[in-house]
Design a protein around this ligand. Structure first.
Ligand SMILES: [Zn+2]
Length: 105
C-alpha cells in the first residue's frame, strides 16, 4: 500500500517581511543572507546556508530596506551581526525589481 500525497496538504513554509511584517509563502519573498564578513547579500535562489531574512519583492519594501530604518531592521533580523548592504546587493535588488516589474507578474 502506498500513501497518496495530496498536493493540497503540502505544508507551505511562510516567512515574514522584515520591513512591513507581512507573512507570505517563503517562495514569494526575497531572501537576504549574510556573507562571512557580515555583509548582507541577495540570495534569490534561497540556498545559502545560515540565517536568512526576507523582504517583499516590491518597491515599497525594497526602498525602505535602503533607509536607516531598513538597516536597523536588518541588524535586528540578523541578531546584530549585519554590517549593512553592499552596493552590489543594492544593485542586484534594484535589477531584480526592474525585471519583475517588466513582466506581467
Ligand atoms: Zn514587505
Amino acid at each position: 500500500m502506498q500513501k497518496v500525497l495530496s498536493p493540497k496538504k503540502r505544508h507551505i513554509p511562510k516567512r515574514m517581511c522584515l520591513i512591513c511584517g507581512q507573512k507570505r509563502p517563503k517562495k514569494d519573498l526575497w531572501r537576504l543572507a549574510l556573507n562571512e564578513r557580515g555583509y548582507v547579500f541577495f540570495d534569490p535562489e534561497q540556498v545559502s546556508p545560515g540565517r536568512g531574512a526576507y523582504v517583499c519583492p516590491e518597491d515599497t519594501c525594497i526602498a525602505k530596506l535602503f533607509t536607516k530604518h531598513g538597516e536597523k531592521r536588518l541588524r535586528h533580523a540578523f541578531k546584530g551581526r549585519a554590517r549593512g548592504l553592499t552596493q552590489k546587493t543594492i544593485e542586484a535588488l534594484m535589477a531584480a525589481l526592474e525585471s519583475r516589474e517588466g513582466g506581467t507578474g
